[in-house]
Design a protein around this ligand. Structure first.
Ligand code: G3I
Ligand code: 9MR
Length: 593
């Protein structure tokens, strides 16, 4: 039954390589490859984990065309690398020289292992759309119609037309208990709440992708209701969240509420079944600055669509400027949920996204404002970018988001001091090089080179590392960066210590039980497709029983209760949207959308 339904899912989203004859149970668990497919032009690596007790000194492998039995490639390896986390002995097989599209079988002699391998011109076509379409499935305050959502159609949940001002958010014009409307937006993750901080990096990452390759996204169709309204689908989807974000700004003072949330996480039910009271909670400096960055970038991204969206771009810029002023007057409004619950009722116990260090938010916000307006008043904050060390971005560290935007807008560099742009480049390349150097030898990927890579949401670490690599590639055209980015995508699609392709609905062994309320409560076995799950996390904070191992790179379990490694989240999908689509858009010979 399970296999049968999985088969249906795969057919519905029609990936380039469909393996009717293979199911997760029939595969050799010891071979780890990108299960979605290798682009013709890319490096092609498979990892073989030697079985315990395997004593031969040689591993011999073949890539075979199943119909003709022709051998396309033969490889022999006499060495292995020990995975420092699991102790596994990993053998690297590199069949990059195969440059013929097709569906092949990888056979490893003596160990009786076979695995399907797909090489295609454009293997990520469906994936690139599905990871973006995932945001449509996260829409709050919307019914998802069968025409667009297929078997995952559902009723509208959380209209959010009457949301209460939590006592922590009370102000003279909006005393506690005031009701406001704050509809729309995307659910954050497996829960049904909406958080500005996390929306911030998510929107920033998605708009970065759009700004990097606008022409590519202008024609990318993801089958959503707004398609054909003169606005690209990607931007239509972004508008769903952008308009919600605008409602999170207090019109009387420009400050931005930290989140819109029920008091507690609700149960595993469909959106329409949750009728808990929802609040907007405390205005925070972090949320306000992230809002500034998003609105300032949106002002320029949506500018070319002023005819379809009259006034929107200007409203975004105005909102950004007002929020910036609020932040200047409230630089220390830290969101600390514990203190908040000490002082106010009801207690709020949903996601905190608390961040005490805001130098990065200041830099990012100022950078987006400066790029859009070129007003000198923002420059001192922009120049602080190089005072701090850039790192792989995450929701609590957005410094490098400022780097990305300045790297993209090099036409503005003449207006910046040379010394600053020099440092910007060299510090950024230093980050990229340190990632290249940290490489995780057992799997020949950047991801996992440091144990610290395996945190809550580690899969997004892999995707964000890849974004850094792609900007480094664009700066230098050094192919090592490109290959590292593609390698981290291989990691996410199966070349990893768990053997899972971490995107729902894709690959042969793929999560079936993500911590995602709609996927769990809809009565459909197949999870909603296109979601990146959190990934290995030895913290195992969910205490879900059955983790196979606490080893950093393999501490993953495909269970609904495992929210510390198997949840989905908008800020984790965003860098995957970036990675898959940019790899596609900039691939040699890419033509078709
Ligand atoms: O930064 C430290 C790192 O230095 C240290 O080595 C590591 C060791 O475990 O911990 C790191 O901090 C972790 C942090 O995530 C890293 O981003 C914390 O332990 C960990 O508790 C924290 O988890 C956050 C989690 O909420 C719990 O608060 C995740 O980042 C965050 O993505 C997640 O977000 C939740 C929302 O609250 C609610 N909605 C779902 C969403 C996704 O799970
Ligand atoms: O479903 C919640 C998920 O979105 C969060 O990331 C996670 C950590 O904050 O919490 C989940 O909710 C659980 C709660 O923390 C503890 N009781 C069980 C809840 C769901 O199973």
């Amino acid at each position: 039954m399970k296999k049968y339904l999985l088969g249906i899912t795969l057919l519905l989203i029609q990936p380039t390589c469909v393996w009717a004859q293979f199911s997760a149970d029939s595969l050799s668990p010891a071979i780890r490859i990108n299960q979605v497919g290798y682009p013709l032009w890319s490096k092609k690596i498979a990892i073989v984990v030697l079985p315990v007790g395997y004593t031969h000194h040689v591993v011999e492998a073949f890539l075979v065309e199943p119909d003709s039995n022709d051998t396309l490639w033969r490889g022999v390896s006499t060495s292995f690398t020990v995975d420092p986390y699991t102790g596994d002995r990993c053998v690297v097989l590199d069949f990059s020289m195969v440059k013929r599209t097709g569906k092949y079988t990888l056979v490893v002699l003596g160990v009786g292992m076979a695995y399907p391998v797909c090489i295609a011109q454009d293997p990520y076509r469906q994936l690139s759309k599905a990871v973006l379409k995932a945001y449509y499935f996260q829409r709050c305050s919307a019914a998802l119609l069968p025409a667009f959502a297929g078997q995952w159609a559902r009723a509208e949940g959380h209209p959010d037309t009457a949301v209460y001002i939590h006592p922590s958010a009370a102000s003279p014009h909006r005393p506690m208990g005031t009701r406001i409307a704050s509809p729309g937006g995307w659910y954050d993750a497996g829960d049904y709440n909406k958080y500005i901080v996390n929306s911030g990096i998510t929107m920033g990452t998605l708009m970065d992708a759009y700004e990097d390759v606008p022409h590519y996204f202008d024609t990318l169709a993801i089958h959503i209701p707004e398609h054909g309204n003169g606005i690209p689908d990607m931007l239509n989807e972004l508008l769903w969240n952008l308009r919600w974000m605008l409602t999170m700004q207090d019109p009387f003072d420009g400050g931005v509420y930290h989140k819109l949330s029920s008091a507690e996480f609700d149960g595993f039910e469909m959106p329409e079944a949750d009728h808990a009271i929802r609040f907007v909670v405390q205005k925070s400096t972090a949320a306000t600055l992230d809002f500034v960055a998003v609105m300032a970038q949106a002002a320029r991204v949506f500018k070319p669509f002023s005819r379809q969206l009259p006034g929107l771009s200007d409203s975004c810029l105005q909102a950004a400027q007002r929020a910036w002023q609020w932040a200047l007057h409230h630089p220390d409004s830290i969101y600390d949920q514990q203190t908040l619950n000490h002082n106010y009722h009801p207690a709020i116990t949903t996601g905190a996204y608390g961040d005490r260090h805001l130098q990065d938010e200041w830099c990012w916000a100022a950078t987006e404002l400066w790029i859009t307006t070129r007003q000198k008043m923002y420059l001192p904050y922009v120049r602080m970018l190089v005072k701090w060390v850039p790192s792989v971005p995450n929701w609590s560290n957005v410094l490098t988001m400022g780097y990305f935007s300045l790297l993209r807008h090099q036409e503005l560099w003449p207006d910046l001091p040379h010394a600053f742009t020099d440092s910007l480049q060299s510090q950024f390349l230093h980050l990229a090089d340190s990632l290249l150097q940290q490489s995780f030898a057992a799997y020949e990927v950047v991801m996992g080179g440091r144990r610290n890579d395996f945190i809550w949401g580690s899969n997004a670490v892999a995707a964000n590392q890849a974004i850094v690599m792609l900007y480094a590639w664009r700066l230098t055209r050094d192919m090592r960066y490109w290959e590292a980015a593609a390698g981290n995508l291989d990691y996410l699609l199966g070349r990893n210590a768990t053997g899972y392709c971490f995107v729902t609905g894709f690959g042969i062994k793929s999560p079936m039980h993500p911590h995602h309320r709609p996927s769990a409560a809809d009565g459909i076995l197949a999870p909603i497709p296109g979601f990146l799950v959190g990934g290995p996390n030895p913290g195992m904070q969910d205490h879900c029983p059955g983790y196979p191992t606490p080893a950093a790179d393999a501490a993953y379990i495909d269970e609904t209760c495992a929210y510390a490694c198997n949840e989905v989240a908008i800020n984790w999908n965003a860098p995957l949207v970036y990675l898959v689509n940019i790899l596609r858009a900039l691939a040699p010979g890419f033509a078709e959308k």
